[in-house]
Design a protein around this ligand. Structure first.
Ligand SMILES: Nc1ncnc2c1ncn2[C@@H]1O[C@H](COP(=O)(O)OP(=O)(O)OP(=O)(O)O)[C@@H](O)[C@H]1O
Ligand SMILES: [Mg+2]
Length: 293
């Protein structure tokens, strides 16, 4: 039985949410609600607003309009202390994994627990390394993802797929109530994809709500609910069986889902959606899976 008392932040709702970056409307009057324990895949062309949706759910971008509730509480009205507690309950896997390349794979996984540590325990962990309990949780998580051998390897020295699994191991250690995975399968092999999906599904069975941004429609079809964004709004929300070729045509309008080489340098693939700003750091992140320094 999932321990709901331990994971208060599970469901969420967005009502009439609009997010603007200058003149770009990344989200437009968006409505979406996800119940505790649900699993949903989010699809849509590049620039449709998928990552922005996740940034809204962690209050990392301001709202131009609308309301967001997480675990029944108004996310944008809550005081800083409560926001911190909410963020501890939200597990993120980013497009660029957000691992610290100089640290070992094991230490990156251990960071999953840092948000819930006292200052004293944090300092001890950083100086002396994780204690026995945390070490056991880290090695258990890495073993589940086939990364046991890499526990002491510098994260910069492992492959992109292994870095991605390290990011999922960090999630297992964190054990969040709401998992937001932003394209966790970009550029990895099918075996890694299956393993990551299976691990996310396990977290879901343990009680976590799962929202996952995907570029590959066939992978999205493995989830019970698919939400499609186009130009910042929800254009499809339902079971994968209802996602017909015609609907996909509307969602991607000109883009071939999952098969095009995406990028800001190629406006052809953005299907009429405003292309994202050129940002060299962001492009580097996308390429090697590590934050640019
Ligand atoms: N920090 C930002 N500053 C300026 N514009 C932004 C910022 N973040 C997003 N945008 C713009 O908002 C729109 C939606 O971007 P978003 O990153 O949410 O798209 P996405 O669906 O995640 O695309 P992708 O599949 O390429 O990751 C795009 O036009 C993008 O250029
Ligand atoms: Mg994105």
């Amino acid at each position: 039985m999932p321990d709901e008392g331990n994971k208060p932040v599970r469901g969420f709702a967005l009502e009439g949410v609009t997010v603007r970056f200058g003149r770009v409307e990344a989200l437009k009057d968006l409505n979406l609600s996800v119940e505790p324990g649900e699993q949903a895949a989010v699809i849509g062309a590049s620039g449709a607003g998928k990552s922005t949706l996740f940034n809204v759910l962690t209050r990392n971008v301001p709202l131009a309009a609308g309301r967001v509730t997480v675990g029944g509480r108004d996310l944008f009205a809550m005081p800083a202390r409560e926001l911190k507690a909410v963020r501890r309950q939200v597990g993120l896997v980013h497009q660029a994994y957000n691992l610290i390349p100089q640290l070992s794979v094991g230490m990156n996984a251990a960071l999953g627990e840092i948000g819930s540590m006292s200052n004293l325990r944090l300092i001890k962990t950083l100086l002396l390394g994780p204690d026995a309990g945390l070490t056991a949780r880290v090695s258990g998580a890495l073993d589940r993802l086939g990364l046991g051998e890499q526990i002491r390897t510098r994260t910069a020295d492992v492959s992109g797929g292994q870095q991605q699994r390290a990011a999922v191991a960090r999630l297992l250690v964190q054990s969040p109530g709401l998992v937001l995975a932003d394209e966790p399968f970009a550029a990895v092999d099918p075996v890694t994809t299956d393993r990551v999906i299976e691990t996310l599904a396990e977290l879901n069975r343990e009680g976590a709500t799962l929202l996952i941004n995907l570029h590959d429609v066939e992978v999205a079809r493995r989830f019970p609910r698919v939400v499609a964004l186009r130009e910042g709004g929800v254009v499809f929300d339902g079971p994968p069986e209802q996602l017909t070729e015609e609907r996909l045509g509307e969602i991607y309008a000109g883009e071939t889902p999952g098969s095009v080489e995406r990028g800001p340098e190629d406006p052809e693939v953005s299907g009429g959606v405003t292309p994202r700003k050129q940002d060299p750091a962001r492009r580097l992140e996308g390429r090697d899976g590590l934050p640019a320094r």
